[in-house]
Write a protein that binds this ligand. Structure first.
Ligand code: ATP
Ligand code: MG
Ligand code: MG
Ligand code: MG
Length: 460
């Protein structure tokens, strides 16, 4: 079943306009990456921009939750449900419909379009939100409507501005999920959160006071990979038709079988990271020493390190791009169109890291052998970073396998000192910039029509 298409068509049939996935690098300067479906609509929710006509929208938005506010990087590979890059299906009302319809639509979609068994659906509401509770009682027995506090069920855009309670739909994957073999760690696998409905009904001022918004709005988000796992009846996002081809390719490249339990973390990390890296590169982000480009580098190098664990000693991640591009070609044809340039960029960055990874790994192992407590030397972590190109989170990821932590205070002190030295000595950048002429010949992606979100990438 093409769930993405079903979702967009469903909301289109309810009067929503279908919007394309906005760029991962958002217009909003306060955000590192687009991390939710509502991000491109933020100025409308805050009132800076007039609502469009119709005041209803739907999209399948590419989101990144690595670095920045929502950071799921540490979870990736170790839970069944988190990715760095994923698609968020959403429907939005800009001062148009509110709770009643938002709940009715969501319920209709999951039970009638996706035909999920009703008895497995659980609802959470904010403890203050009797209104939502009453509406849900029309569909779900009271016992499966659970009240939650601010932490899980109150949403706000920032310290001030639009905010409100939310209500989440969870899917009970069954008691067997309590068995340790299936349970990859991190709570929430048995009762899997699939869809978050945000009811924007207040404005919060500087003093923290809430005043009702004259025209409340709706923002919802459902992870495509998660709902696909539920619909396909598999226990993990990685066992879906979205991830399986990537895992198969990784098995083919490495010759190492994939395990669904903890032992499969490296396969999962690589499968996840190649998606994030490919889309970021396709959308113009470049490997760099800072900012977004450094997040991109960290993700790629983490993936490479996991490949190293599986015996890879030369670039391999780029070889997975063909499979990904093929799989995404309907929705994101630009991946296929720019495939060769994307592969070149990734391969080049892999080559750079493979030049130093052996020495870095040797240093890491040597230091680890000397480490008796649970704290790994901050000096060595810094040397790994500075001399061998191991981002801090990569070293931390290696240490997690042996239950140890980096001495962060020392690492940060050295980092600070180095920054000061660099500032004092700066004579212009000696860094060789990767010049990807090949990517530059394309114009930015242009949306060309509502035939299920065709993009066109024209050669200049
Ligand atoms: P979780 O509690 O599982 O971390 P969340 O509460 O942080 O999820 P929301 O911010 O409510 O997630 O995002 C809306 C939906 O997007 C979630 O219900 C889920 O289906 C999906 N989602 C969120 N984070 C991820 C992720 N890292 N990878 C894949 N899907 C995600
Ligand atoms: Mg989360
Ligand atoms: Mg949650
Ligand atoms: Mg949530």
């Amino acid at each position: 079943m093409d769930i993405r298409k079903k979702f967009l068509e469903f909301f289109e049939s309810k009067g929503h306009k279908v919007y394309p996935s906005a760029p991962l690098v958002p217009e909003d300067p306060t955000l590192l990456f687009t991390n939710a479906g509502m991000v491109p609509f933020k100025p409308i929710f805050t009132g800076e921009k007039e609502p469009p006509n119709p005041p209803r929208a739907t999209s399948s938005q590419l989101c990144m939750r690595a670095g920045g506010k929502h950071n799921d990087l540490e979870n990736v590979g170790y839970t069944n449900r988190h990715h760095t890059l994923f698609e968020m299906l959403g429907n939005f009302s800009f001062g148009d419909y509110f709770k009643e319809e938002a709940i009715a639509y969501a319920w209709e979609f999951v039970t009638e379009v996706l035909k999920l068994p009703k008895e497995r659906l659980w609802i959470t509401i904010h403890e203050s939100d009797d209104e939502a509770g009453k509406i849900w009682e029309k569909y779900v027995p009271k016992e499966r409507i659970v009240k939650m506090g601010d932490k899980d069920n109150f949403w706000q855009m920032g310290d001030t501005g639009p905010c409100g309670p939310c209500s989440e739909i969870h899917y009970d994957q069954g008691e067997e999920f309590n068995s340790p073999e299936d349970y990859l760690g991190g709570e929430g696998d048995r009762f899997l959160e699939i869809w978050n409905l945000v009811f924007m009904q207040y404005n919060r001022d500087e003093k923290g006071n809430l005043t009702p918004l004259p025209k409340p709005s709706i923002d919802t988000g459902m992870g495509l990979e998660r709902i696909t796992a539920v619909v396909e009846g598999v226990k993990s996002n990685y066992d879906t038709s979205i991830f399986r081809p990537l895992l198969n390719k990784i098995v083919e490249i490495t010759g190492k079988e994939y395990c669904q339990d903890k032992r499969g973390a490296s396969h999962r990390v690589i499968a996840d990271h190649i998606r994030a890296v490919s889309f970021l590169v396709a959308q113009g982000v470049r490997f760099d020493r800072e900012g977004r480009g450094y997040v991109l580098r960290r993700i790629l190098r983490r993936g490479v390190r996991h490949g190293y664990m599986l015996g890879q000693r030369e670039p391999f991640m780029y070889k997975i791009v063909d499979t990904l591009a093929e799989q995404m070609k309907e929705q994101y044809p630009y991946l296929l169109e720019k495939k060769e340039a994307i592969k070149d960029a990734i391969k080049l960055e892999e080559e750079r890291f493979f030049e130093t990874i052996d020495k870095g790994m040797a240093l890491f192992k040597e230091e680890l052998a000397k480490t008796t407590g649970d704290t790994f030397s901050g000096e060595v972590a810094f040397k790994l970073y500075d001399t061998y190109g191991f981002p801090l989170d990569l070293t931390q990821d290696m240490l997690r396998e042996v239950n140890k932590k980096v001495d962060i205070a020392t690492f940060e002190k050295l980092m600070q000192e180095q920054k000061e030295r660099a500032r004092a000595n700066w004579k212009g950048s000696g860094d060789v910039k990767i010049n990807l002429k090949d990517l530059e010949k394309y114009e930015p992606n242009k949306f060309v029509g509502y035939e299920y979100l065709r993009y066109e990438t024209k050669v200049k």
